[in-house]
Design a protein around this ligand. Structure first.
Ligand SMILES: [Cu+2]
Length: 139
């Protein structure tokens, strides 16, 4: 069963990566290093952000092929990815260039997804987003 879970996780990763094949620059991707998809964790939850093929720069700093992380908590990707991302509890900005955070989450299932965006908080086209993972927070 554990092997199957790992294979499914890898298949999920491959699907997300394939969707990014046309990204600029080629091969750019963000991914959640921790927690693992399907993990059962206690709050506060440490989330570690992964990035490849691009660099991190603080919000407001224009530098080619860089941006900053946004963590979507219990929400899907915004419908319109051509506009700057709003700031909310569901769309958290890491404009200082942070690569991890700690979330206080109530017990139950939660979804997490990373979306990388430029110095104006506007997602790249096509977008650089991770898989949306589900975790369970236990008491
Ligand atoms: Cu932002």
């Amino acid at each position: 069963m554990r092997v199957l879970t790992v294979l499914l996780a890898l298949a999920g990763t491959a699907a997300c990566t394939a969707a990014l094949a046309d990204q600029t620059p080629a091969g750019a991707a963000v991914y959640i290093i921790k927690p693992a998809a399907g993990a059962r964790v206690k709050s506060p939850v440490t989330v570690v952000f992964g990035l490849k093929g691009m660099g991190i720069a603080p919000a407001g700093v224009k530098f080619d092929n860089t941006g900053h992380h946004h963590l979507l908590v219990d929400t899907a990707l915004p419908a319109d990815l051509t506009q700057p991302l709003p700031v909310s509890d569901a769309i958290r900005h890491f404009g200082k260039g942070q690569t991890e955070t700690t979330l206080e989450l109530p017990p139950g299932k939660h979804t997490l997804q990373l979306l990388f965006a430029d110095y104006t908080h506007t997602p790249f086209v096509p977008n650089v987003a991770s898989c949306r993972i589900t975790i369970t927070v236990t008491k």
